[in-house]
Ligand binder design. Structure first.
Ligand code: HPA
Ligand code: ZN
Length: 340
């Protein structure tokens, strides 16, 4: 199974670039930029990753972000993740980034964009890895701030495929951002939003995503299983869910493998991703292996998860078809039948 997972052509659709900041790199950047950190060794940093819910995770995540200052820092952050992804057999990435977490510290929007974009170009040229960016608004900031950052993105429109919504969900429903998401849609951006697992009013949030915002995808969204109508709507509209099992284990103490399996059976376009792999200590292959080792997922189920990922990717149809063909050819080597 390790060999099968390692060689499987993969798409990752839910990874926060800032969540790929490895402890060693965090310490090196802190030193280079003269930023004091409470923890002085990678081991001590990792020991501080003792989150048990979304707010406690976000506290650690935003603390790490402070070391990212220069264009080179953003380049290194993104390129190191792309190297790791490529060596894990990922062929296509849609990566989130959180501009408001940087501009608030006085980092110009273009510094961040130029660093990340250069890493994308180099990853394409050197690693053969294709990627797109999703600009995430912080839902615990104001709608006005989101609108200002959407405006800042205009000169970089060609470098960004869609917009998302992350950070602390409590009392920050999708409806708060209806105008800015409508504007983003009018500018041609694809739309997604986090509906983190077991959050307050999560079913209302998922409904707002579908009916008010009219998202193209939902990040997490696993609680949809509590409502048959929501499940049917997701299937009928072909809306994908980007699930992150190891992340779920940190914030809701469960790998959520039963839910993933149920969604597969219902025909929901569910996918498996890493979310913040440096913090959860698991990249995409470790997430897939956790489902195999701990929940007995079969090659057929894994292949279906990956088929879903390429199908819901924000790529032109011809590119998707090419990746899906690559996946089929790989699956044929393992004599994998279709999942049903
Ligand atoms: N949920 C919400 N906000 C986030 C996450 C997440 O999983 N990762 C980084 N910011
Ligand atoms: Zn996330």
């Amino acid at each position: 199974m390790h060999e099968f997972i390692a060689g499987l052509p993969k798409a990752e659709l839910h990874v926060h670039l800032e969540g790929t900041l490895e402890p060693e790199h965090c310490l090196a950047l802190a030193q280079r930029n003269g930023i004091p950190l409470e923890h002085k060794t990678p081991e001590a940093l990792i020991r501080s990753y003792d989150f048990c819910d979304l707010p406690s995770f976000l506290k650690v995540y935003y603390s790490g972000i402070r070391v990212l200052v220069t264009e080179l820092d953003f380049f290194e952050l993104a390129f190191r993740y792309f190297q790791r992804a490529a060596s894990d057999g990922v062929v296509y990435v849609e990566a989130f980034f959180d501009p408001q977490a940087h501009t608030v510290r006085g980092i110009p929007f273009e510094v961040m964009m130029n660093g990340i974009h250069r890493a994308q170009c180099e990853a394409r040229a050197v690693l053969g890895l294709e990627s797109n960016l999703i600009l995430c608004f912080l839902r615990d900031q104001s709608a006005e701030s989101a609108a200002e950052h959407l405006a800042m993105s205009v000169p970089f429109r060609e470098w960004i495929v869609g917009v998302g919504l992350d950070s602390d969900e409590k009392n920050n429903p999708p409806s708060k951002f209806v105008t800015v998401f409508a504007d983003a849609h009018a500018q041609g951006y694809k739309l997604t939003m986090h509906c983190d697992v077991n959050q307050m009013n999560t079913l209302d949030h998922i409904r707002e995503c579908l009916d008010l915002i009219k998202v193209d995808r939902i990040d997490h969204g696993l609680n949809c299983l509590e409502d048959e109508q929501l499940c049917n709507a997701l299937v009928e509209r072909g809306i994908g869910l980007t699930i992150c099992p190891v992340s779920n284990r940190f914030v809701v103490q469960s790998l959520t493998s039963d839910a993933i399996r149920t969604m597969l059976r219902k025909g929901i376009k569910v996918t498996v991703n890493s979310d913040d792999p440096a913090y959860f200590r698991a990249y995409i292959n470790e997430n897939l292996m956790a489902l195999i080792d701990e929940a007995g997922f079969t090659k057929e189920e894994i292949k279906q998860l990956m088929t879903n990922a390429f199908e819901i990717a924000w790529l032109p149809d011809a590119r998707k078809a090419r990746y899906l063909q690559q996946l089929e050819q790989y699956a044929a080597k393992y004599a994998i039948t279709d999942f049903c």
